[in-house]
Design a protein around this ligand. Structure first.
Ligand SMILES: [Ca+2]
Ligand SMILES: [Ca+2]
Ligand SMILES: [Ca+2]
Length: 262
């Protein structure tokens, strides 16, 4: 007969099957298909990437703000944004999404990443590293850094692996990264890793700008982006679990009725 422990066993099996461990996913710029495309006039358009092994795009990167300030990166001769390995963050040949711009005071270029709506439960463990946040004549700043929760709430980031050319001031949503020294192109001195940890988000954004001063050419790289989709409860398996529970309750009820008749 179906005892309470049998019912609990069915439920445990159902939950285990319907909540599989979901592996981390990475947008890796070294994968040849992960390229960046600009409009014919050179201005950036949103670019989407399919990286989780399931057909369909998983994240979209949009670059907005004063995009007229974007320039050709002189080492490669390529109009940015572009995927290249001029900046390597001390990782020896790693590519990044390179932003090279002629920015002056209050020139802001914002990078926004939105994860696919097919991740209905959002994503977690979002993490990425910026390369070459540094200072030549003027400091480079990264500000307005936030994740976006499923309900639209803004989530502060956490910062780690700060290179010696980067200073972190402020906290929470007003955290500010400032380039305080020059970092060579291949160096990790201008690195900072930005993470949202166990916060479930559907996107994130940050803004790059210049300190006060005349326009100067400045640059940084957005390295690989990793994230873990939050698993959905499988509706089919939930239905099976409910059926099994209903059947077991019927049996349990009958057995009690029978035992009362004895
Ligand atoms: Ca890579
Ligand atoms: Ca996909
Ligand atoms: Ca820089």
């Amino acid at each position: 007969m179906f005892s309470r422990s049998v019912v609990l066993s069915f439920l445990a099996v159902g939950l285990a099957v319907s909540s599989p461990d979901v592996a981390a996913v990475t947008l890796d710029w070294d994968v040849p298909t992960n390229t960046w495309t600009n409009a014919n006039n050179g201005s950036p358009i949103p670019n989407s990437y399919d990286v989780d092994g399931v057909a369909g795009n998983d994240l979209t990167i949009t670059i907005s703000g004063q995009v007229s300030k974007l320039r050709t990166e002189p080492v490669s001769g390529t109009q940015t944004p572009a995927v290249m390995s001029t900046l390597q963050g001390g990782m020896g040949g790693e590519k990044s999404l390179h932003i090279y711009a002629n920015v002056g005071t209050k020139s802001e270029i914002t990078v926004s990443v939105s994860f696919s709506a097919t991740y209905v439960q959002g994503v977690e463990n979002v993490s990425f590293t910026l390369f070459d946040i540094d200072k030549t004549t003027d400091s480079e700043f990264i500000r307005n850094i936030y994740g976006i929760a499923l309900d639209g709430t803004l989530i502060p980031a956490t910062f780690s692996n700060l290179g010696s050319a980067v200073a972190l001031t402020g906290s929470g949503l007003t955290s500010l990264l400032t380039g305080i020294a020059a970092s060579p192109d291949g160096s990790s001195n201008g690195n900072v890793t930005i993470s949202f940890g166990t916060n479930v988000i559907k996107g994130f954004a940050f803004t790059f700008d210049n300190s006060q001063g005349p326009p100067r050419t400045q640059e940084f790289g957005l390295h690989d982006i990793s994230f873990t989709p939050v698993p959905e409860i499988n509706p089919a398996l939930s239905a099976v679990g409910s059926c099994l529970m209903a059947i077991s309750l019927v049996f349990h009820h009958r057995s009690r009725v029978r035992s009362r008749r004895k």
